[in-house]
Design a protein around this ligand. Structure first.
Ligand code: BES
Ligand code: ZN
Ligand code: ZN
Length: 496
């Protein structure tokens, strides 16, 4: 899809004019033909209302598409991302390949026009994602040729450099998010730990990002007992992926480290999962994919920060050497971990990565992981559960997430949770001795591997990382969402 800024005074010929309207809007003279549809109740500006008028040509356009933004008083930037996602889907359904979006009419947040444009552009770019590389070529090619390919954004400020830059930045962030989605959507047999490492290298080409990949023997030599242990049940070698971007004025400036769970398939291991929905466990590397993507966007935006991404990647399988319940592993920082349930493997591989990240003395560590089913019970798929004991860091996260429209919810993490994951035979048990608060006890487990003086937050994205089309218009019906990519990028932008 090619997106360009066009002077609204002289729009080019296009198929469809797109307008975002609130319930309070009235039409200009030019658009008076829409009046009767307001009266009939078909085009009222109600939230998520889609109104498509074919063949009623106004000036340069054959069709009109109006998307409802809802009540003007309740608008936020997410309303625009949402409307753009809906617009994209509707244009595809109507087989419109060329459209022009009247930004001046649609923008009711004049004071923050840039952020509004960014949200609109992201809605279109993110809405355009689909995963069909394993479907018959000819069918998808024909379908693709009916997708929106040319989108003009009409504004009287089309020459303003900052607006062009906003669209370019929205594209970088959305492309990175769509890359993360693709990595998540790829099935386990096409997205092994070594495949993930190769994709990271490929994506980093030409960006100045340094990529280092450890193989099994290096992982062993570096005493990553958790990652090595979990990988034992699989014929696929584990990998530890490190990506470094140095954008700060001094290369010595402490980096932000983003750690992501890269479990390329989680069968549960010997404590095997039930068959139903086990296919979804190909998404268990979304934390890894999403931090790789965030780092990539940060580098492409040339933000003046130092950021490192670290991804422990492995499968969790049931092979003859697999972990058995009761086995004890030793993590990078020397703590021993009793594997009471082989399905609680994410924390075992993150343990090493967090300990290693702490050794680098970073300014902050943020980790993202599809860590617990319990977070889905607690928050559904609408919020990312966020755990930190650091009030200051939480405020920063909350303010960045507010800007990107990605809902985060602060979850409890305290000494009670720590008590629950002590083991009778090792320093820690990988499951709680108590039934409840499974996401908090998982976070308490991770905490043991982060230096006390490093501000740290853990994001449990098990719910928000996939199948969110029930509430978001710019994600695919089924599949990975790229949760937290935008927020991590925004965080790097806001706080450094
Ligand atoms: N990858 C899963 C968590 C998960 C579950 C993500 C459902 C997405 C959807 C994780 O490795 C896991 O299996 N966790 C266990 C932990 C339990 C054994 C303490 C869980 O949540 O059931
Ligand atoms: Zn598991
Ligand atoms: Zn898992």
């Amino acid at each position: 899809m090619i997106v360009s800024l066009q002077d609204s005074a002289k729009p080019k010929q296009s198929e469809t004019l797109i307008l975002f309207a609130t319930e309070q809007d009235s039409w200009s003279k030019e658009l008076a033909y829409l009046d009767k549809f307001k009266k009939s109740g078909d085009c009222t500006g109600k939230k998520d209302e889609v109104f498509f008028l074919r063949g009623h040509s106004v000036a340069h356009f054959q069709n009109t598409l109006v998307i409802g933004l809802g009540d003007k008083k309740e608008l936020h930037f997410e309303s625009y991302r949402r409307a753009a996602g809906l617009a994209y889907t509707q244009l595809t359904t109507q087989k419109c390949t060329k459209a022009a979006f009247d930004f001046d009419f649609s923008n009711k947040a004049e004071k923050s026009g840039d952020q509004c444009l960014q949200a609109c552009a992201e809605g279109f770019f993110l809405g355009a994602y689909s995963f069909d590389e394993f479907k018959k070529k000819s069918a998808t090619k024909n379908e693709k040729s009916k997708d929106l390919s040319d989108l003009q954004i009409l504004t009287k400020n089309a020459k303003a450099k900052n607006l062009l830059q906003v669209v370019e930045e929205a594209q970088i962030i959305s492309d990175a998010t769509n890359l993360a989605r693709r990595l998540g959507d790829l099935p386990g047999n096409k997205m092994t730990p070594s495949d993930l490492a190769e994709e990271a290298k490929k994506a980093a080409k030409g960006t100045g990002i340094k990529v280092t990949v450890w193989d099994r023997s290096k992982i062993k030599a570096e005493r990553f007992g958790g990652l090595l242990g979990v990988s034992l049940g699989s014929s696929q070698e584990p990998r530890f992926i490190i990506m470094e971007y140095k954008g700060a004025t001094s290369v010595k400036k402490k980096p932000i480290i983003l750690v992501g769970k890269g479990l390329t398939f989680d069968s549960g291991g010997v404590s095997i999962k039930p068959a139903q929905n086990m296919d979804e466990m190909k998404y268990d590397m979304c934390g890894g994919a999403n931090v790789i993507a965030a780092l990539l966007a940060i580098a492409k935006l040339k933000l003046k920060v130092n950021v490192t991404a670290m991804v422990p990647a492995t499968e969790n399988m049931t092979g003859p050497s697999a972990n058995k319940p009761g086995d004890i592993l030793t993590a990078r920082n020397g703590l021993t971990m009793e594997v009471l349930n082989t399905d609680a493997e994410g924390r075992l591989i993150l343990a090493d990565a967090l300990a290693y990240a702490s050794e680098q003395k970073p300014a902050i560590i943020l980790d993202a992981a599809t860590l617990t089913g319990a977070i889905i019970i607690a928050l559904g798929n609408s919020y990312t559960g966020t755990f930190t004991r650091d009030d200051d860091l939480w405020k920063k996260i909350e303010s960045s997430a507010k800007k990107t429209g990605e809902p985060v919810w602060r979850m409890p993490l305290n000494d009670h949770h720590v008590k629950d994951i002590k083991s009778d035979f090792a320093d820690l048990a990988n499951i709680s001795s108590f039934r409840g608060a499974g996401s908090s006890t998982a976070a308490a487990f991770l905490e043991h591997f982060v230096d006390k003086d490093i501000p740290w937050a853990h994001f449990d994205i098990a719910g928000s990382a996939w199948n969110c089309s029930n509430r978001l218009t710019y994600v695919p019906k089924k599949g990975a969402t790229g949760a937290m990519v935008r927020t991590f990028v925004q965080f790097a932008r806001d706080h450094f």
